[in-house]
Design a protein around this ligand. Structure first.
Ligand SMILES: Cc1cc2nc3c(=O)[nH]c(=O)nc-3n(C[C@H](O)[C@H](O)[C@H](O)COP(=O)(O)O)c2cc1C
Length: 336
């Protein structure tokens, strides 16, 4: 299916997150009602050299379609070769990371550093477009810093170069993860853009997702950290946006079992334990006794032990509603 048509059907997209939106988590999220998934950022140099680890990161299950692979790099030719590889692997689209604020990445002229030079944006897009026939999308920040916000210009170049959409995290590179995503600015870019725009940043609840979609006029909204505390956020947002009054049945036990299933299909026992602890800890945010629970899962080693403690914990809190913890600092760093 055409990825832009998919947005019309369900505009709630999973944000790429390094070490989080891997094959297992994307499959899980797909079951949890997300529209479109994108991999974490993958190095175009790693793809060029065929590193085993990199190629493993590019794997995706067929149930994830439409699925995109996100690549980053500073060299248009190498990015083009990487995009071609993404295409050959059967992904539905290739997403270009023009938003990563991390020093190691921007020092090499990749990620958000590309936004500093609009000629560089154009040459990257036109070079990749020439070798890649699947849709190309880009994910940007609003600009390098407050004095050089240029998402309007980037969106215009993207349109001219045949890009399918621009996803905008509403912070500048200089902001890193401080301040708030500027949705007024995103709405402003959307109002003048000639291609689909996906807004992103600081959506913590389904109600906010629906509100942002409506007030910004965006074609989709992308949610990252919000789904780590509430993995039902996509389903709830879709329900709400369709005016459904139905009550969503939520079972932490069932959801966690599905996540474990996908992790065990993809990772060795050690990684399964690490990931289960991470997700169980995040899902427990805003429930009573969460910090004791998080301590307890660090006292055990095996996936089964973590899983059982998690089921016991969620059984003990299932009468409680999750408290809004969005004012607490949470994952204030990432690659976009
Ligand atoms: C842990 C973490 C890892 C991230 N990794 C990526 C990445 O690989 N590629 C990317 O484009 N953005 C990445 N991001 C940025 C998110 O996609 C998103 O733009 C940002 O978190 C703001 O959205 P949110 O408030 O909904 O989380 C990452 C963010 C976090 C928190």
């Amino acid at each position: 299916m055409n990825i832009v048509s998919k947005l019309k059907e369900n505009p709630f997209v999973l944000a790429p997150m390094a070490a989080i939106t891997d094959n297992a988590f994307r499959s899980f999220m797909k079951e949890m009602g997300v529209s479109i998934v994108v991999s974490e950022l993958i190095s175009s140099n790693g793809i060029k050299f065929g590193s085993e680890k990199t190629l493993a990161m590019m794997k995706f299950d067929s149930l994830q379609h439409p699925v995109g692979i996100q690549i980053f790099g500073d060299d248009p030719m190498i990015m083009g070769e990487a995009a071609k590889k993404v295409q050959d692997m059967g992904a539905d689209f290739v997403d270009l990371n023009f938003g990563c604020p991390v020093k190691k990445v921007v020092q090499k002229g990749a990620g958000s550093a590309i936004l500093k030079d609009l000629n560089c944006v154009r040459s990257m897009l036109s070079t990749i477009r020439k070798v890649c026939t699947i849709p190309i999308t880009i994910k940007i920040r609003t600009g390098w810093d407050d004095n050089s916000r240029n998402a309007h210009e980037v969106a215009q170049i993207a349109y001219e170069e045949g890009i399918s959409w621009v996803a905008i995290h509403g912070r500048t590179r200089a902001q890193d993860y401080t301040g708030l995503s500027d949705w007024d600015y995103i709405a402003d870019v959307k109002a003048s853009a000639k291609l689909p725009i996906i807004g992103n940043g600081d959506i913590h609840t389904a109600a906010q997702a629906v509100e942002r979609l409506k007030t910004s006029g965006c074609d989709g909204v992308m949610i990252g950290r919000g789904c780590l505390k509430n993995p039902w956020i996509f389903q709830e947002a879709l329900f709400l946006s369709q005016g459904s009054s139905g009550v969503l049945q939520k079972s932490h036990a069932e959801a966690f079992a599905r996540l474990r299933f996908y992790l065990e299909q993809n990772c060795n026992e050690h990684i399964v334990s690490i990931q289960l602890r991470k997700f169980a800890g995040w899902f427990s945010s805003g429930y009573p006794g969460g910090s004791e629970f998080r301590k307890s899962i660090f006292q055990v080693k095996l996936p089964t032990e973590i899983f059982n403690l998690t089921l016991d914990y969620f059984n003990s809190v299932n009468k409680f509603n999750q408290i809004d913890t969005s004012d607490e600092k949470f994952l204030m760093g990432g690659h976009g």
